[in-house]
Design a protein around this ligand. Structure first.
Ligand code: ADP
Ligand code: MG
Length: 349
């Protein structure tokens, strides 16, 4: 049972000004949650994880587990299991010895013997009977499951995973992440998962934080994040999107909508805050439809990709890149529209 909290956490590397890797990060990961940190390379994900584990000391702020500050607690006493991108298995040890290595500082939980615990963990990660093998006799996906078993062996309060799948191919990644979410929810273990892959983040998380340049842009459920991005950065980072900048003209007669000009074309939008002159708004590709006859734009098609269920169309409207998802598309130019409620405001001045 662990709730994890970061309060005002900043981290600078080097002396003086140095590199500001984290800037005033506040974060609460609830007990039993699978929480993901997602963001582009260099945004501070690994630094956050290392700070939680105690491998890095924050320049300012506190990390606490269940309200207990961890500042003075060294990493080996934090009850944290960590899995890194590189599996970090010991090549000269068998699979069983690698899993057992996780128990060198701690006894197995509930009075089980070390051997029983190793067998239990190998079964949990679907590697029963493989204990006598050497790591180099296993595939990448199997090795990563050994690394997971090793991290879980001492029954940690908190599981931290840093891009654990990024060295694996796409299909294996998908099956491994289903396995991981099953294990995580079976154990009810508070978990922080780091990835730069936004599809993966949306797929596995209870909630997630989008990071950018050492700061948190938004914390939300996958659905909230997708449909209600709080910032332009989130709108553009998470999933394909079409972002427009417009000037607010007049309120529509019924009062709930505004007319907004984008380069001479007028759109009608819902959700515009009162008293602003300019807005940025986004419209998801799937909301741009050939059958909606409002807010129409004419798109010059540049490329289209057949994806089985749909065709992803990439084109331009007035020099702006536009992405569409259509059932089919073969024209060079096509007209699509969107409902006022399907636009989401991401910035307003
Ligand atoms: P991410 O995991 O999101 O790719 P990191 O947390 O690794 O990002 O890095 C955040 C920033 O801190 C980057 O600018 C990176 O170059 C810098 N950084 C990370 N580790 C160190 C270090 N040991 N010394 C100096 N700068 C570092
Ligand atoms: Mg990293």
């Amino acid at each position: 049972m662990t709730e994890l909290r970061l309060e005002g956490v900043s981290k600078r590397y080097g002396s003086g000004e140095g590199t500001a890797a984290l800037r005033d990060v506040d974060l609460t990961v609830r007990d039993g949650e699978l929480f993901t940190l997602v963001g582009p390379s260099g945004c501070g994900k690994t630094t956050t994880l290392r700070t939680i584990a105690g491998f890095e000391e924050p320049t300012a702020g506190t990390v606490s587990f269940d309200g207990e500050p961890m500042t003075a607690v060294p990493p080996e006493e934090r009850d944290v299991g960590v899995v890194f991108q590189s599996y970090g298995l010991f090549p000269h040890m068998t699979v069983a010895e690698n899993v057992g290595y996780g128990l060198r500082f701690r006894d197995p939980p509930n009075g089980t013997s070390v051997d029983e615990r190793i067998a239990e963990l190998l079964e949990l990660v679907d590697l029963e009977g493989m204990g006598d093998r050497d790591p180099d006799q296993l595939s990448g996906g199997q090795q990563q499951r050994v690394a997971l078993a090793r991290a879980l062996a001492p029954a940690p309060d908190l599981l931290l995973l840093d891009e654990p799948m990024s060295a694996l191919d796409a299909r294996l990644r998908e099956s491994l992440r289903r396995q991981l979410t099953r294990i995580q929810s079976t154990l009810g273990l508070t978990t922080v998962y780091v990835t730069h892959d936004q599809d993966e983040a949306l797929a596995i998380s209870d909630r997630l934080a989008v990071m950018n340049d050492g700061q948190i842009e938004q914390v939300a459920t996958p659905r909230e994040l997708y449909h209600e991005p709080a910032t332009r950065f989130v709108a553009e980072f998470v999933g394909d999107n079409n972002v427009f900048d417009g000037t607010v003209r007049t309120r529509v007669e019924d009062g709930a909508r505004y007319r907004v000009d984008v380069d001479g074309t007028t759109f009608e939008l819902a959700g515009v805050p009162a008293g602003v002159d300019r807005v940025s708004f986004c419209v998801r590709p799937a909301a741009l439809s050939r059958t909606v006859e409002r807010n129409e734009i004419s798109v010059a098609v540049e490329t289209s990709e057949f994806r089985g269920e749909s065709v992803h169309v990439y084109g331009r409207w007035q020099e702006r890149p536009i992405v569409l998802r259509l059932e089919d598309a073969s024209e060079d130019e096509l007209t699509v529209g969107f409902e006022p409620e399907d636009a989401h405001i991401v910035d307003a001045w």
